[in-house]
Design a protein around this ligand. Structure first.
Ligand SMILES: [Zn+2]
Length: 428
């Protein structure tokens, strides 16, 4: 059994302390811990966080291994400081049966870089017509608790109601990709000043907000849990805040890119900025940051959406929607939330580990850094400054909007149950 001593790191940004990892577990936390024959990591000035948890990752396997596999995606996750990711169901075949979710779960086990918790589809084939085998996916080895047709909206109110009723039995949650389909037909970007000037089809905020309004009401009516994926507008924030004020069981996530980027970038016509939901306005970005800071938005989720270059390096209208995000998420959160004074590192631990693990009912992750807990940990050097170089990504895809942009912070080490998956910023 290997023992590792992390010396002098600031746990959740607090006072420097030592953390001794013995095998798979945090054995001791304190000051002046004797190293003995442990491997010592000198970590003065660094921040120690619980391993990050992503509620929203597209690993693409099975079916689109040209863009990502479970192995490359979990390597990217580890490089970004994640120890658990939820793998979205829009694969080929769709993860709408016990067989497919078990396949993804098994591939995650074999990868060894990051725990993979499969998300089950809400409807058969993501077609929105017939409920998938939610109970069978929950009862499978994968133990699915989060269900989503992400990529598509569950737009039929009756189907959404039935899904919410069904998952109640096993404390599951429906994660909704809120996009009214009729209001977004032919939409290419946020509907507003920029779309009018560019003559691109607009994607109105109300297409997102109308579904959120309906679904928080449905969740309240049924007495079930609903989670709203990738909030992108100020109006969506208002609706979630209102739902929470009523005491309803509503949670929400925001992506790093919606905390930083705006639709002004679309003027470049560079499809790297094409994403669903679209980049919005500066006012929306500010509202999302405020909401993440005050807890209205529960967590950051990457919506890591890898695409091969032939699906992105083409004209705007033809390009696929989505951006990779696992390897830059923490840096973007540091820049937009920590360096703006909106969130401290304990807040980052909450929004990127504790709360997403709690929403997914994930065991062994999102735990405090204390003795007896599983050693799922992330060590960050917040003083690092460097330009993003996609050539160094572990992901199979390179569709990052941050190429060449300087972002703060770097994950130096990630530990999955005591095993170092990242050492000195490199995959182990
Ligand atoms: Zn989505």
């Amino acid at each position: 059994m290997s023992t590792i001593l992390i010396r002098g790191a600031k746990i959740l940004g607090g006072e420097p302390a030592d953390v001794l990892i013995d095998g798979e577990t945090v054995a001791q936390v304190g000051t002046g811990i004797e190293a003995g024959d442990a491997t010592v990591i000198e970590a003065a000035g660094r921040i120690l966080l619980p391993g990050l948890v992503d509620l929203h990752t597209h690993l693409r396997e099975p079916g689109r291994e040209d863009s990502e596999t479970v192995l490359t995606g979990t390597k990217a996750a580890a490089a970004g400081g994640f120890t658990a990711v939820h793998a979205m169901a829009n694969t080929f075949p769709v993860a709408d049966t016990a067989g497919v979710v078990e396949q993804v779960w098994r591939l995650g086990k074999e990868s060894g870089y990051c725990d993979v918790q499969p998300v089950g589809a809400v409807t058969v084939g993501l077609e929105g017509k017939q409920l998938a085998e939610l109970g069978a996916m929950h009862d499978s080895a994968a133990g699915v608790r989060v269900f989503s047709d992400d990529g598509k909206c569950v737009d039929d109110a009756v189907i959404m109601r039935r899904a919410l009723e069904y998952v109640k039995a096993f404390d599951g949650v429906v994660a909704q990709h809120a996009q009214e389909p009729r209001l977004t037909e032919g939409a290419q970007m946020n509907e507003g000043v920029v779309s009018a000037e560019l003559g691109l089809g607009g994607w109105p905020a109300v297409a997102e907000e109308s579904i959120i309004a309906r679904d928080v009401l449905l969740a309240a009516h049924v007495g079930s849990r609903v989670h709203i994926c990738h909030l992108s507008t100020a109006g969506s924030v208002d609706l979630v805040r209102w739902a929470k004020s009523k005491g309803w069981d509503v949670t929400a996530e925001v992506t790093p890119h919606h905390l930083l980027l705006t639709d002004e970038l679309v003027r470049s016509y560079d499809p790297v900025y094409k994403v669903n939901p679209p980049l919005r306005t500066e006012a929306d970005v500010m509202a999302l940051r405020e909401a993440l800071a005050d807890g209205t938005i529960d967590c950051v989720a990457t919506d890591h959406a890898p695409h091969p270059h032939e699906d992105k390096d083409c004209e705007w209208a033809a390009a696929a929607m989505g951006m990779v995000g696992l390897e830059t998420a923490l840096s973007v959160v540091q820049q937009t939330m920590v360096e703006t004074g909106l969130l401290d590192w304990a807040g980052v631990a909450d929004r990127m580990s504790f709360r997403p693990a709690a929403i997914g009912r994930l065991e062994g992750h999102g735990r405090p850094v204390s003795a007896g807990e599983p050693a799922n940990l992330t060590l960050v050097d917040p003083s690092y400054r460097g330009a993003v170089d996609p050539a160094g990504f572990a992901s199979r895809s390179r569709n990052t909007p941050y190429k060449g942009r300087e972002l703060p912070g770097r994950v130096t080490h990630t530990f999955l149950r005591g095993r170092a998956t990242v050492v000195d910023g490199k995959l182990a």
